[in-house]
Design a protein around this ligand. Structure first.
Ligand code: HEM
Ligand code: HEM
Length: 198
C-alpha cells in the first residue's frame, strides 16, 4: 500500500463535499418548482441553505487553522502546475501522470473557482434582500448557472469515484488514506517514482 491522502486532505475533501451537497440539496428545493411545492417550507429551507453556507465556511477555516497547511500548500502547488505530460494527456494521448492527473487538476481548479463565485454571488443575494442598493440583476442567474455547471462536474466525479471499475479504487484513498501500489503505479506513475525515490 502507499499513502495517498493525510487526515487534513481527507477532512478538507469531506467537509467541502458535505457542505456542498447540503447547499445543493437546499438550493435545488428553492430553485425547482416541483421540489418547492413538495417541501413547501421555503423560509426554513432558505435558512438551512444559509446556515449550511456559514457552517461550511467555518469548518473549512478550522481545517486550515488546525490542519497540516504545508501539505495543503504542496497539494495546491501540484494542482496549479500543468506540465508537458499534462498537456499531452489533455490532448487525449497517453502520458505518465503525477499525483493528480490533468483532469483532476482541472476539476480541483474549477471547484475552487466555483466555491469563490458561489460565496460572492450568494453573499450578494443575501445582502441584496436586506439593502436594495446591492440587488443586481444577474446575481441569481450567476448562482443558478454555477449550480448547473457544478452538477455536471459532480456527476462525472461520482462516476469515476464510485462506478468506473478502473478508477473506483481511489475511494479507498479519500476515506482510509492509502491505496494499492500497483493501482497507483498504473494511474499515477510519476508520483509513485517520486515517493519511492526513483
Ligand atoms: C457558499 C455560499 C452560499 C451562499 C451565501 C448562498 C446564498 C443563497 C441565497 C441568499 C439564496 C437566495 C434564496 C432566495 O431568496 O430564495 C440562494 C439560492 C440558491 N442557492 Fe445558494 N448560496 C451559497 C452556495 C450555494 C451552493 C454551493 C449551491 C449549489 C451547489 C447553491 C444553490 C442555490 C440555488 C439553486 C438557489 C436558488 C436560486 C433561485 O431560486 O433562483 N448555493 N443561495
Ligand atoms: C459522495 C460524494 C463524493 C465522493 C464519493 C468523492 C470521491 C472522491 C475521491 C475518491 C477522490 C480522490 C481521487 C484521487 O485518488 O485522486 C476525490 C477527490 C476530489 N473530490 Fe470528491 N467525492 C465526492 C464529493 C465531492 C464533491 C461534492 C466535490 C466538490 C464539489 C468534490 C471535489 C473533489 C476534488 C476537487 C478532488 C481532487 C481532484 C480530483 O480527484 O478530481 N468531491 N473525491
Amino acid at each position: 500500500m502507499i499513502r495517498r491522502f493525510g487526515l487534513t486532505e481527507r477532512a478538507l475533501h469531506w467537509v467541502h463535499a458535505t457542505g456542498f451537497l447540503a447547499m445543493l440539496a437546499t438550493g435545488l428545493v428553492l430553485y425547482l418548482p416541483v421540489l418547492s411545492e413538495l417541501v413547501a417550507r421555503r423560509n426554513l429551507v432558505k435558512n438551512v441553505h444559509l446556515f449550511s453556507a456559514v457552517a461550511w465556511g467555518s469548518a473549512l477555516a478550522l481545517v486550515f487553522v488546525l490542519g497540516n497547511r504545508r501539505r495543503l500548500r504542496d497539494d495546491w502547488r501540484e494542482i496549479e502546475t500543468i506540465d508537458a505530460d499534462d498537456r499531452r494527456w489533455l490532448r487525449g494521448r497517453t502520458s505518465p501522470q503525477g499525483r493528480f492527473n490533468a483532469g483532476q487538476k482541472l476539476n480541483a481548479l474549477v471547484t475552487a473557482a466555483f466555491a469563490l463565485l458561489f460565496v460572492v454571488s450568494g453573499f450578494f443575494l443575501w445582502l441584496g434582500e436586506r439593502d436594495h442598493r446591492f440587488l443586481f440583476d444577474g446575481t441569481g442567474t450567476v448562482h443558478e448557472l454555477l449550480t448547473l455547471a457544478s452538477v455536471g462536474l459532480l456527476v462525472g466525479h461520482l462516476y469515476l469515484a464510485v462506478i468506473h471499475p478502473s478508477t473506483r479504487h481511489a475511494l479507498r484513498g479519500i476515506t482510509l488514506g492509502d491505496v494499492r501500489e500497483d493501482w497507483a503505479r498504473e494511474h499515477h506513475p510519476k508520483w509513485v517514482d517520486e515517493e519511492r525515490g526513483l
